[in-house]
Design a protein around this ligand. Structure first.
Ligand SMILES: [Fe+2]
Length: 238
């Protein structure tokens, strides 16, 4: 009798502990949808408000909720930031690759755009790096536009800073990005990424992807690209 009296509170404590431990990783690991840094119609006439609303509130939101839905089956996600996940994506199933990439790519996409006239200008350091790698700003843009137009199906065009410090243009399929540890990807830190999925432009541009790409340059938030360029600097030699 005496033993049974002692066991019941002990059992209740243990059960509470198990429930709390079971909930803790999921609560810590939830990924969240960042708000647009400007009103949805602020990028008009280049990108219309309806496209921006659907793109952010439905497409990007779905990547975030689908990624969160993967946490239970992939407990290793629990301790990773969105940035850290990109460089370890090869260790996860395809659903994490697609939705984790989709979340990272779109988060950067909103940040590297600004309403026309509000994006500043490339810094002197960035201009020098572009001149060194491509010959001129116009030559860099032409190479970027070519990569964006030639991407078959859905994907992204990128201006990246390689680990060596120099700049390059590359392109990825679907929701892959240059941070990912995957074969066939030219790796580097993205400074500027353009979404060429049809959901990004189809209402206004239909099949005229090159017109969307050309118009998009007037939305680039150079202040953010300058910041990313400095942040991606290779470590100084000791
Ligand atoms: Fe998109």
């Amino acid at each position: 009798m005496r033993l049974r009296f002692l066991q019941q509170p002990l059992l209740a404590c243990l059960l509470t502990l198990v429930v709390l431990l079971g909930q803790a990783p999921a609560a810590r690991a939830a990924f969240t949808l960042p708000p647009l840094p400007y009103p949805a119609d602020a990028l008009e006439p280049v990108i219309d408000g309806i496209t921006m609303t659907i793109h952010h509130d439905r497409h990007h939101s779905a990547y975030v909720s689908n990624l969160n839905g993967q946490i239970k089956a992939n407990p290793a996600l629990a301790g990773l930031s969105l940035d850290a996940l990109q460089s370890r994506i090869a260790g996860f199933p395809e659903a994490v690759r697609n939705n984790g990439g989709g979340h990272w790519n779109h988060s950067q996409f909103w940040a590297v755009m600004a309403p026309q006239g509000q994006g500043g200008a490339p810094s002197s350091e960035l201009v020098a790096a572009i001149d060194s790698a491509f010959g001129s700003m116009e030559a860099m843009q032409a190479q970027f536009n070519q990569a964006a137009a030639a991407r078959f199906g859905s994907g992204w065009a990128w201006l990246i800073r390689r680990p060596s410090g120099e700049l390059a243009i590359t392109s990825t399929a679907n929701q892959d990005n240059p941070l990912m540890d995957l074969p066939g990807i030219e790796r580097g830190t993205p400074l500027l990424g353009l979404d060429v999925w049809e959901h990004a432009y189809y209402l206004n541009y239909q099949n005229r992807r090159p017109d969307y790409i050309k118009a998009w340059w007037s939305l680039v938030n150079w202040n953010e690209v300058n910041r990313r360029y400095l942040q991606a600097a290779p470590p100084s030699p000791a």
